[in-house]
Design a protein around this ligand. Structure first.
Ligand code: AGP
Length: 608
């Protein structure tokens, strides 16, 4: 996804912009650019490819100034090229605009503008904004931006500077997040906290259709109708080192290893071992309705959807609630008829996924109550739900979600446990579950301790071009997630399947060149999974088992075995997925993939 970084203050802005853009690289992009203002002079440069290309252009150039805007572009309208990179500018080069989002009526606007004379230099929708702001400018840049907002349809996160208004940046938000960072050395504006976390953790979130004028000493927020808004700063939990590799070769590996800590963060202050009941303050605003609820739909995309899919089994185990899971990109288009007192639980790391956001807006329109299980504090989904639970996993820089996934599983377990204890789950069962959650970080450490063994397995199989992942019940979604992890970081084709489906088709695929990862912990599905393994072995398919430690019965028949410490059945997915994450990571590493920024992928899919 595109990234925005702006700064106005008392420091030399060029290094701040370049550093900020690098913090946003994980969002995925194909070109970048920046504009720096010094009095009425504005200098700008753009480059296709990685930030280092832009850096090599501007390093050594005299680009004095303490005001600047910068952008990483993920092409939607117009190919990746210098002309299509941001900032975009008006014909007279007074206005410079950077933009996240899509202007849906830009064709109409572009044709209208072209009738007044040739001016367009790019294929982008964004350029329309630069021309409109220039035409609407009458001394006040914020008024010109507000007038332009009334003329355009679609989504935007905007940063704008104008030659005639030195010392200020005007930003505006409709459907694409923007955050103002407050520091002693000036103000930042970015699409993502990661771009400013090195300089400040004091932030202010812009809401929909709001405009802000930001200067070195102040910022003022107003509505699209110029009504002033007061908003206090929030403190985000992230620290600068969260966005550093700290000695790891990749953020993905760092974040895999952070999971014992992030699970502790997810349960910290939320467990009441004595009563066997979690404390979830974030859902208290809806607790009176939620505790009587008998219908929940979990809605998400990608890896978060697989967390939701595990959550469905956990809710069914611990509560009396009917739970449905919906892919947000499908759910939002369904004819939704909710039984009374239905809750929709949106699960999203970024809190900005367009399909998930659209799904909850549709659900709200149809009368459902909304809960968010989110990682990014203050994100759009967290602000549009009635209540929520933050994962507290910290910034997840690697595009492939790892630590956030296990935090989502933990948070879903806490929610199910709270509801279950209000229903028929006994004190003993509640205490047992809480004790198991408390022990989880130590159990993950045991799986991480097998990293060298898992790397050796990856080295044996990373050249195989097609993999199959199999699981049952709680671990069926882990088969799906394990396949996704392998696909998205190593580009190896992999399919996740419900093991019970093997006879209904996939078994035709089995051959000596197709490794199968079989997730077979010691639970009620063990014997059925064991039969699946035999079916595969009898057709000479290699099997990598993820099994409970000491399971010699499995060890005797499979080619490789990764051992999980014993745990309650519904918590096996938290351990099994760590093995899958490491397997995917090492295969990708042997293939020299761009692990933290896989091709074609973005960390947060904020466009549909
Ligand atoms: C995770 O490995 C993927 N990169 C992707 O599927 C991600 O889970 C999905 O885009 C949902 O993102 P969200 O959790 O921020 O909503």
């Amino acid at each position: 996804m595109c990234g925005i970084v702006c700064y106005v203050g008392n420091k030399d802005v060029k290094p701040i912009l370049l550093e900020g853009l690098k913090r946003l690289e994980y969002r995925g992009y194909d070109s970048a650019g920046l504009a720096i203002q010094d009095g009425e002079e504005i200098k700008w440069h753009r480059a296709v490819g990685k930030i280092v290309e832009l850096e090599s252009k501007v390093n050594g150039l005299e680009m004095k100034g303490t005001v600047g805007i910068a952008h990483t572009r993920w092409a939607t309208h117009g190919e990746p090229s210098e002309d299509n990179a941001h900032p975009q500018r008006d014909r007279d080069e007074n206005v410079f605009v950077i933009h996240n989002g899509i202007i849906e009526n830009y064709h109409v606007l572009k044709r209208k503008l072209e009738r007044e004379g040739p001016r367009f230099r790019s294929e982008t929708d964004t350029e329309v904004l630069a021309h409109l702001i220039a035409l609407n400018f009458d001394g006040s840049l914020s008024d010109a931006v507000r007038k332009t907002m009334s003329q355009v349809e679609g989504t935007f996160g905007l940063g704008v500077i104008h030659r005639q208004t030195p010392g200020e940046i005007v930003v505006a938000r409709r459907g694409s997040p923007l955050i103002i960072g407050v520091s002693d050395n000036g103000h930042f504006v970015a699409s993502d906290v990661a771009a400013m976390v090195r300089y400040t953790n004091k932030v202010v979130h812009l809401e929909e259709n709001e405009v802000a004028t930001v200067t070195a000493d102040d910022f003022s927020i107003s509505t699209a109708q110029a009504k002033h808004i007061e908003r206090s700063t929030e403190t985000v939990e992230w620290r600068a080192e969260d966005a550093e590799l700290n000695g790891f070769p990749h953020f993905m590996l760092k974040e895999i290893y952070e999971q014992p800590m992030t699970i502790r963060n997810a349960i910290r202050g939320r467990l009441e071992p004595g009563e066997g009941v979690p404390k979830l303050g974030g859902i208290m605003p809806v607790w009176d309705k939620l505790k009587e609820c008998r219908h929940i739909t979990l809605v998400a995309c990608g890896t978060s959807y697989y967390a939701a899919s595990v959550g469905k089994y956990i809710f069914e185990k611990l509560t009396e609630i009917a739970v449905e899971v919906g892919l947000a990109s499908e759910f939002r288009y369904r004819k939704l008829n909710f039984p009374p007192n239905t809750f929709i639980v949106a699960i999203s790391q970024s809190g900005e996924t367009a399909d998930t956001l659209a799904a909850i807006r549709e659900a709200k329109r149809k009368g459902a109550s909304l809960i968010g299980i989110i990682n990014v504090v203050g994100s759009s989904i967290s602000r549009e739900t009635d209540a929520g639970i933050y994962n507290h996993a910290g910034p997840e820089i690697g595009v492939a979600s790892t630590k956030n996934f296990t935090s989502q599983l933990t948070t879903l377990t806490l929610l199910a446990l709270l509801l279950g204890r209000h229903q028929n789950l006994s004190l003993t069962e509640g205490v047992q579950a809480i004790r198991a959650l408390e022990a989880l970080p130590g159990l993950i450490e045991k799986v991480l301790a097998q990293a060298n063994h898992i790397e050796a397995i990856a080295e044996k199989y990373y050249k195989y071009g097609n993999w199959l992942f199999l699981g049952r019940k709680y671990n069926y979604p882990i088969a799906l997630e394990g396949a996704l992890k392998l696909k998205e970081v190593s580009y190896i084709h992999a399919e996740g399947y419900a093991a019970g489906e093997m006879k209904h088709g996939p078994i035709a695929l089995i051959n000596p060149e197709m490794p199968t990862v079989a997730i077979i912990p010691q639970d009620e599905m063990h014997e059925k999974m064991f039969s699946n393994i035999h079916e595969i072995k009898s057709r000479k398919g290699p099997v990598i088992a993820i099994a409970t430690e000491g399971d010699d019965k499995v060890r005797e028949v499979v080619d490789e075995m990764i051992e999980l410490p014993p745990v309650l059945d519904f918590l096996n997915p938290v351990l099994a997925v760590v093995a899958c994450q490491l397997l995917a990571y090492y295969c990708a590493n042997f293939l020299n993939r761009d692990i933290d920024k896989p091709r074609n992928l973005a960390k947060s899919v904020t466009v549909e």
